[in-house]
Design a protein around this ligand. Structure first.
Ligand code: IFM
Length: 398
């Protein structure tokens, strides 16, 4: 452990993040599950029991708290809470309330995501984001969730709306990086409408701080291609950052950069391949921890400077030493951005557990190994490393 550190602001949140479908297991009522198990499915591996965190969440929260972390970001599952349209499961709401209580019992700040990629089957079969009822449906779901959110301070309405727009048209390719088909402005506006309806509900409800979390792609331009970069990035990122200007905070999620320049296709510009020899992670992404600093600065610029929380950042690797290097680099970049005036309230690592990476368990992002047969959890050195920073409330310095 280096002593070359800088104190973080008082009350800075240090934590880790997960999402329901990626860890709970048995999430059978989602459209994603339906796709995973459809005959001839294009999804290579189904989620199955995932990490069985639906039952083992007390152990997961205890692991995080024992390591010294002070915040846990998790999502509630719409398909469980509203299994059929208009039908509310009190039992499932109670389940998520128990998760909040388990956090509070361990002095862990719960950061609750209302929607993280998965939908109930009924939603998928009745128009999804193309239904003219999508905003009302999400508003109603938010109202249902408020029944268990009374002492929750941080709520993320929708995770990575910008990636969801892409996924509405195509799937994430977990082996080779993220696909970038043309995003649909119609879907983007529908999701933004749902977000605004949701924050309106949450604003009228106690002291909760609400916002959404955007996947920041750190779009950089080949010199001379800045205008094309800006065009490329608008519907893939900036539109979504603009929507946050009136929010209490924004979640910044950063992993890598994307360089925009000339291509041979009809559009004539787009993401450039990474040069031969570039270090790649298990998701095929470039190893580029500096991305977090760029992401924070860009988010501040577009939102006008609302408070930010790093709600995801991490690296898929089987080499935990490299995960620590990556995270130290990202935290250093975060500190540089904070020194330049970025208002960052916390750092939540992706992810607490090795989990289901949307089609495969192979890309391991976790601070904790989960045995796929027995569900036994084994903390990695990176968990105690991050927990030590949290206990001392310090950020590594260059
Ligand atoms: O696993 C995902 C998560 O669901 C959303 N953000 C990116 C992560 C890594 O791909």
């Amino acid at each position: 452990m280096t002593d070359d550190t800088t104190p973080a602001p008082h009350g800075f949140l240090w934590g880790a993040a997960t999402a329901a479908h990626q860890i709970e297991g048995g999430n059978v009522n989602t459209g994603h599950w339906e796709l995973e198990y459809a005959p001839g499915s294009a999804i290579p591996e189904p989620s199955g029991d995932a990490c069985d965190s639906y039952h083992r969440y007390p152990e997961d929260i205890a692991l995080l708290a024992d390591a010294g972390l002070t915040a846990y970001r998790f999502s509630v599952e719409w398909a469980r809470i509203e299994p059929e349209e208009g039908v509310v499961s009190r039992a499932q709401l109670d389940h998520y309330r128990r998760m909040i209580d388990a956090c509070r019992d361990r002095d862990v700040e719960p950061v609750v995501t209302l929607h993280h990629f998965t939908f109930p089957r009924w939603w998928e079969h009745s128009g999804g984001w193309y239904s003219d009822r999508s905003t009302d449906r999400f508003r109603r779901f938010t109202e249902i969730c408020t029944r268990i959110l009374d002492d929750v301070n941080w709520v993320i309405t929708i995770n990575e709306p910008n990636m969801m727009v892409n996924q509405t048209e195509a799937r994430i390719d977990t082996e080779n990086g993220v696909n970038f088909p043309g995003p649909s402005p119609h879907v983007a506006r529908a999701i933004a409408g749902a977000h605004h309806a949701s924050t309106e509900v949450l604003r009228g409800f106690g002291g909760v701080k609400s916002g959404w979390s955007v996947a920041n792609q750190v779009f950089q331009a080949v010199p001379g291609w800045e205008a094309q970069r800006d065009e490329w990035q608008y519907w893939r990122e900036d539109f979504f950052l603009e929507q946050a200007r009136e929010d209490d905070f924004i979640g910044v999620q950063s992993y890598l950069r994307t360089i925009i320049g000339p291509t041979d296709d009809a559009q004539g510009f787009g993401p450039q391949p990474w040069p031969e020899g570039t270090e790649r992670t298990l998701t095929g992404w470039e190893y580029y921890p500096e991305a977090l600093g760029h992401a924070l600065r860009h988010t501040r610029e577009v939102t006008g400077g609302i408070p930010m929380m790093v709600t995801e950042n991490g690296m898929a690797t089987s080499d935990d030493r490299r995960r620590i290097d990556y995270t130290a680099g990202a935290l250093t970049a975060m500190q540089d951005a904070m020194d330049d005036g970025c208002d960052v309230r916390g750092y939540l690592h992706w992810s607490l557990l090795d989990n289901y990476e949307w089609g495969s368990f192979r890309p391991t992002f976790g601070l904790v190994v989960v045995d796929r047969e027995t569900f036994v959890r084994t903390p990695k050195p990176s968990l105690s490393w991050l927990g030590d920073l949290a206990r001392r409330n310090v950020v590594p310095r260059r």
